[in-house]
Design a protein around this ligand. Structure first.
Ligand code: CP
Ligand code: NVA
Length: 294
């Protein structure tokens, strides 16, 4: 069965729970090389048309740790950059590798690739969705708070790809997600999330407060306006004080201390961001096992 992971909606609640269980196991067993043969003999293409630190490294290391071969490709080294069609690229890659992981500036291109590919396609970030990030976010919340169902997560800032994926994954896991964003930056209606224009309203009683960059890849031309519009949505000690006493702070990274998050909070004791970054590895290993393991 050819299964993709493009928006995160491809997983059911039960499967998501299983995936997170396996991620916990893989994390605990990493030094004992748990899963070292899970994908033995397989290959995974990792196509990065945009910069990446965490996603690229965690996938490359993760694929290798599962016994498979990662084939890392930059967009500009494929004939795609010289006009070969997305469909033909998908058909050819499908003859070589067992899965395609792709980060692209076009969500539509990734969807088209997935339609034409004969192997599973994993979205490693598009301007609309970042579902792999959301898996690591849930894993981190589970580590810090235990049972996910019933938790309240406040996302404060730009209603972007990371926010959208959190809302989708949160809904599956029973996490109540509240998104606080200024006018013009809010997520579209239609998700099972509470949308507000007031960061304090979102943070009140939250088990976690989350933010992301104000200037995403592709938004550079609007950087100045974004920084001005989003300034009241910075996570700082004051906003954190509105959350529960045991609330943790999440950020998918890369961070801009002093911009969307104060340095005090980013590097403070309530910050779970470094575990969150590590958890990309464990969650994606569990995802790859689910998609292409035996
Ligand atoms: N959080 C995240 O996706 O980071 P990278 O852009 O470094 O992959
Ligand atoms: N929203 C950010 C996330 C980076 C990991 C972007 O799309 O650039």
């Amino acid at each position: 069965m050819n299964r993709d992971f493009i928006t995160g909606e491809e997983l059911g609640a039960f499967e998501l729970g299983k995936l997170l269980d396996r991620a916990v196991e893989l994390k605990a067993g990493r030094r004992d090389r748990l899963g070292a043969d899970s994908l033995a003999g397989r290959s995974v293409a990792l196509v990065f048309e945009k910069p990446s630190t965490r996603t690229r490294i965690s996938f490359e290391v993760g694929v290798a740790e599962l016994g498979a071969t990662p084939v890392v490709l930059r967009g500009d080294e494929l004939q795609l950059s010289r006009g070969e069609s997305i469909g033909d690229t998908a058909r050819v890659l499908s003859r070589y590798v067992d899965a395609i992981v792709i980060r692209s500036g076009s969500h539509e291109a990734v969807a088209e690739l997935a339609d034409a590919a004969e192997v599973p396609v994993v979205n490693a970030l598009t301007p609309l969705h970042h579902p792999c990030q959301a898996l690591a976010d849930l894993l981190t919340l589970r580590e810090r708070h235990g049972e996910l169902s019933g938790l309240r997560l406040a996302y404060v800032g730009d209603g972007n790809n990371v926010a959208r994926s959190l809302v989708i994954a949160g809904e599956l896991a029973g996490v109540e997600v509240v998104v606080a964003a200024p006018l013009g930056y809010q997520l579209e209606e239609g998700h099972d999330a509470k949308l507000t224009g007031d960061p304090r309203d979102a943070a009140a009683g939250a088990d976690a407060i989350y933010t992301d960059v104000w200037v995403s890849m592709g938004d550079e031309a609007e950087a100045e306006r974004r920084r001005a519009d989003l300034a009241p949505f910075r996570i700082d000690a004051d906003l954190l004080a509105a959350a529960r006493d045991d609330a943790v702070v999440l950020h998918c990274l890369p961070a801009h201390p002093g911009e969307e998050i104060s340095a005090e909070v980013l590097y403070g004791e309530r910050s779970a961001v470094w575990d969150q970054a590590e958890n990309r590895l464990h969650a994606q290993k569990a995802l790859l096992e689910m998609l292409i393991g035996d």
